[in-house]
Design a protein around this ligand. Structure first.
Ligand code: NAP
Length: 460
């Protein structure tokens, strides 16, 4: 894929970048390994200071950074500013709590003394997607820098200016050279890098195909990997839900980030008793969204991130309709330049249709009407994905019982799946493995080293 900024609101090329040569990439890996030998010896206080500095700079540059996000991938400007705030919060969170999470953990063996020491493992290679260009990097880089690892980051080819702006934040915050390095390379070359002996762990957020490619190389070379992949979150509405509030969250859950969230609500599952009321109100709200320029604060639905993304979702709708699905709302590209797709609702979906099992990465909701709570749970679990999900009910204990039966990494009650620095994030099944954020976020690329003290006794 060419490394380019293409404004999806116009589909015009704004700026192109040269990929790094293999020699430059090798030099960057070597620099990251050299930096590691010193970085691993720094104190938690030093690492925390760097993370705080990055967070501060991010907030100072918020307007500029948010505009870059909107320019490169079409996020509404207010949401882009929110992403910068969230990313800065993640850096602050690990700066504040990282040392506590990584403190020696005492063990209580039968004899003598023992404890776990958390040690870094070396250079990590992260591959990140375009849909949250700052947040995705923050949740990988912040905890791992606190651990004492160094980072090589290959960002999505369509957000090169965001990628370079993140590197600038580190440089300006005073990070030693090699502690955080952006690699301008294309996805097709990313997996090759895993075999480099200086790289000790890999993490990818993105599609299943890219994840499988990177993890296959990691497996071949016996390196730890973490994968955060796609999702098809169920949004369950039970008969005792507050329908008006639930509808508002349903709209946010589906169209936040123009529908391009791994944890967007994608499958709306309503029990019979309230299905008609929910669907009518949901359709009404989606049909009134203001579609337009994502830089305009009045816009409620912007373009998809790229022309290819818009073509793909329109094709998923077409294939579903050709197989017998009903379009209740939308279903077409918006008649204007740019990568726009209408807000869409599909009903009468069956397992053989594209929209049933495939991830719908855009403003297209699939709607299902089911008999009761058990049928809702069964349908929610009938997915190759296991990322998030939500259940709407006034009875919180009932919500927890339903959550317990949903086979995903995260379930929210009375809220679409969401994220925060202090909540773990990750999935099961085809959605990947491992966790980011919260205290779990420091545990993936760390050597949990046993240190054992025995009294000096005679050998056996
Ligand atoms: P993608 O094509 O997989 O791209 C993601 C990253 O992987 C990009 O940096 C891409 O580089 C790189 N890549 C592509 N092919 C690769 C390969 N063979 N080996 C190594 N790296 C490779 O993903 P996308 O379709 O643009 O992003 C959307 C997907 O990400 C959705 O499925 C979404 O659900 C998922 N996602 C998951 C989470 C989560 O936390 N679970 C969060 C956000 C998004 P290039 O850009 O250069 O191709």
């Amino acid at each position: 894929m060419a490394i380019q900024t293409i404004n999806p609101a116009t589909n015009k090329v704004v700026k192109s970048f040269e990929a790094m040569s293999p020699k430059e990439v090798d030099a960057a890996v070597e620099q990251a390994a050299r930096a590691y030998t010193d970085w691993r010896k720094t104190s938690y206080q030093d690492r925390s200071n760097l993370l705080k500095e990055v967070a501060g700079l991010m907030r100072m540059r918020k307007t500029y950074l948010a505009q870059l996000i909107t320019l490169e991938m079409g996020k509404l400007i207010a949401q882009a500013e929110g992403e910068i705030d969230l990313s800065a919060d993640i850096f602050d969170y690990y700066a504040t709590h990282g040392a506590k999470f990584l403190a020696d953990k005492p063990l209580f063996p039968q004899f003598g003394q023992a404890f776990i020491r958390y040690s870094p493992i070396g250079v990590l290679f992260g591959v990140e997607p375009w849909n949250f260009p700052f947040y995705q990097v923050a949740r990988f880089a912040a905890p791992n820098l606190m651990v004492g690892n160094t980072i090589l980051l290959k960002h999505a080819s369509m957000v090169p200016q965001c990628a370079l702006a993140i590197q600038d934040l580190f440089v300006d915050a005073g990070a030693p050279k090699g502690v955080y390095t952006n690699l301008l390379i294309s996805g097709s070359h990313a997996s090759e890098l895993v075999s480099n002996a200086l790289i000790k762990g890999v993490s990818l957020t993105g599609s299943e195909a890219a994840g499988a490619s990177l993890a296959t190389e990691a497996g071949k070379h016996l390196k730890k990997s973490v994968l955060e992949l796609g999702g098809s979150d169920a949004f369950i509405i039970l008969e005792d839900a507050d329908i008006d509030k639930t509808v508002e969250w349903a709209v946010v859950g589906r169209i936040n980030n123009n529908g391009e969230c791994c944890v967007a609500a994608k499958r709306f599952i309503a029990v019979e008793a309230i299905a008609d009321e929910f669907l009518k109100k949901f359709k009404d709200k989606l049909s009134k969204l203001i579609i337009g320029d994502p830089m305009d604060p009045k816009t409620e639905l912007g373009p998809m991130s790229s022309e290819a993304a818009a073509v793909q979702i329109a094709d998923q709708v077409k294939r579903s309709v050709d197989a017998g699905a009903t379009v209740l709302l939308g279903g077409k590209r918006v008649d204007r330049p740019g990568a726009f797709m209408e807000p869409t609702i599909l009903t009468d979906l069956k397992p053989e249709m594209a929209a049933y099992y495939e991830e719908l990465f855009g403003p297209v909701a699939s709607f299902y009407r089911v008999k009761d709570e058990q049928a809702a749970i069964d349908l929610a679990n009938d997915s190759p994905y296991g990322l998030g999900g939500s259940v709407f009910t006034k009875d919180i204990e009932r919500g927890k019982r339903v959550a317990d039966q949903i086979d995903t990494g995260m379930v929210f009650i009375n809220h679409p799946t969401w994220t925060a620095a202090d909540l773990p994030f990750g999935g099961t099944k085809q959605s990947g493995y491992g966790r980011e954020l919260s205290e779990l976020g420091v545990e993936e690329f760390v050597n949990k080293k046993l240190i054992r003290t025995n009294g000096l006794s005679d050998p056996f």
